[in-house]
Ligand binder design. Structure first.
Ligand code: EZ4
Ligand code: CO
Length: 402
């Protein structure tokens, strides 16, 4: 069996997704991998077309580990989101092919089920505390056991994570839009929101909050302390994580659990965080962290150090990435939670999938391989539409983290 062809499909059904499809010599067995990097889609597409696909032709698709090492070590220029997303796309497609050849869902190849379903959390967001209570209730009514809660910051025109639509889409313009941020106003407001939510929904509902890299360690420590009475499952990305040692300071001050990793692309981004037990959940994803092969390596390291998974699952990760994530989630011993925001109906048409939601859980389905495909005729109906993530400034105009 050989790889005879591979192509990159760029389509914008509601938002842009980049998909790699690998075709083998064996009776039309194909595999798909997500290659979407929000706001930098064409960089990954070019990396795949120019530098990766020509080296895949003629290779044995069964050699997943060797192909991963070939693409990682063979590039000489290691890591980085563009390279690692391209590697992830190939790796995911090869796992899909291996599953189809074996006649087994990928989770069976990863060791089989460790649980009955994948617990997910949804996004409740609204401008005010009053409105967000209604949003949380809508998730509870649909069976969700965990909800991420975000509100606007009083007095500020806009923020991250709050959307007028059900499905939050931060990449909203070709040239980045600009937000304005006030840390003092934010830190004053958040505990008042969670006091209301906890009071209204009682102790069982799991509550989460995303800080989106906007604080310093001591500010994050204050936030964590102020939220302790409301027993959050996690605060996410409390500080920018280039400096892994920065989390030591947060850890010394608060028992609020910490999640991090949606922008990580390799095990080296979180090796200190995990080994020193500075975080509780690692949120790296299949598509941005080198595929199933490399993410499994990160989760195995995490398992040794009491760190659980909490994979990123925003709408800018395609239904192909979601499928791959669910096969890992159901198999690994140290699964924590999976983010799930759903997809617009157009995206479900482009990516038919066997994974499905029921009563607070996602299930990967029993189809051989990943159980997801791309309908190329449907994909062609949604031409590429450029979109960028916003930027963020302090009230005095200083560029801040978005
Ligand atoms: O802003 O995926 O937890 N989820 C998030 C996301 C990110 C986007 C960036 O492309 O923080 O909504
Ligand atoms: Co986030």
């Amino acid at each position: 069996m050989k790889i005879v062809d591979a192509r990159v499909i760029i389509s914008s059904p509601g938002r842009t997704f980049v998909t790699l499809k690998i075709i083998t010599s064996d009776g039309g067995v194909t595999g798909v991998g997500d290659a979407t990097l929000n706001g930098r889609e064409l960089a990954v597409a070019a990396y795949l077309s120019e530098h990766v696909i020509p080296t895949l032709i003629g290779r044995d698709p069964a050699r997943i580990e060797d192909t991963w090492q070939y693409l990682y070590k063979g590039a000489y220029w290691r890591r980085g989101p563009v390279t690692m997303t391209a590697i992830a796309a190939v790796d995911t497609a090869l796992w899909d092919i291996k599953g189809k050849v074996a006649g087994l869902p990928v989770y069976q190849l990863l060791g089989g089920r460790s649980r009955e379903g994948v617990t997910v959390y949804g996004h409740a967001s609204a401008e005010t505390t009053e409105e967000v209570l209604t949003e949380v209730a809508r998730y509870v009514d649909r069976g969700y056991k965990a909800v991420r809660v975000q509100t606007g910051v009083p007095g500020m025109a806009s923020t991250y994570g709050v959307s007028p639509d059900e499905r939050y889409e931060p990449a909203d313009a070709a040239i980045p839009t600009e937000n304005v941020w006030s840390t003092p106003r934010y830190l004053t407001n958040v505990p008042t929101v969670f006091a209301r939510v906890r009071d209204e929904f009682g102790p069982d509902l799991r509550l989460l909050h995303d800080v989106h890299h906007r604080l310093t360690p001591i500010e994050a420590a204050r936030l964590g302390k102020s939220l302790e009475p409301y027993a959050l499952t996690w605060i996410e990305d409390p500080v920018p994580a280039e400096l892994q040692e920065g989390f030591r300071l947060i850890r010394q001050h608060t028992t609020t659990p910490i999640a991090v990793g949606e922008v990580f692309n390799s095990i080296w981004d979180c090796e200190t965080l995990i080994r020193e037990q500075l975080v509780d959940y690692i949120r790296a994803t299949v598509v941005h962290a080198g595929g199933i092969t490399h993410l499994r390596r990160i989760f195995d390291l995490a398992a040794l150090h009491h760190v659980r998974s909490g994979s990123h699952g925003a709408t800018d990760l395609s239904p192909v990435c979601m499928a791959a994530a669910l096969h890992l989630d159901i198999a690994i011993p140290n699964f924590g939670l999976q983010e799930y925001m759903g997809f617009p109906p157009e995206a479900d048409d482009v990516f038919p999938h066997s994974w499905h939601y029921a009563d607070g859980y996602l299930h990967p389905g029993e189809d051989p391989g990943l159980g997801v495909d791309i309908n190329e005729q449907e994909a062609a109906r949604y031409p590429y539409k450029p979109a960028s993530l916003p930027i963020n400034r302090l009230t005095d105009g200083t560029l801040h983290d978005w």
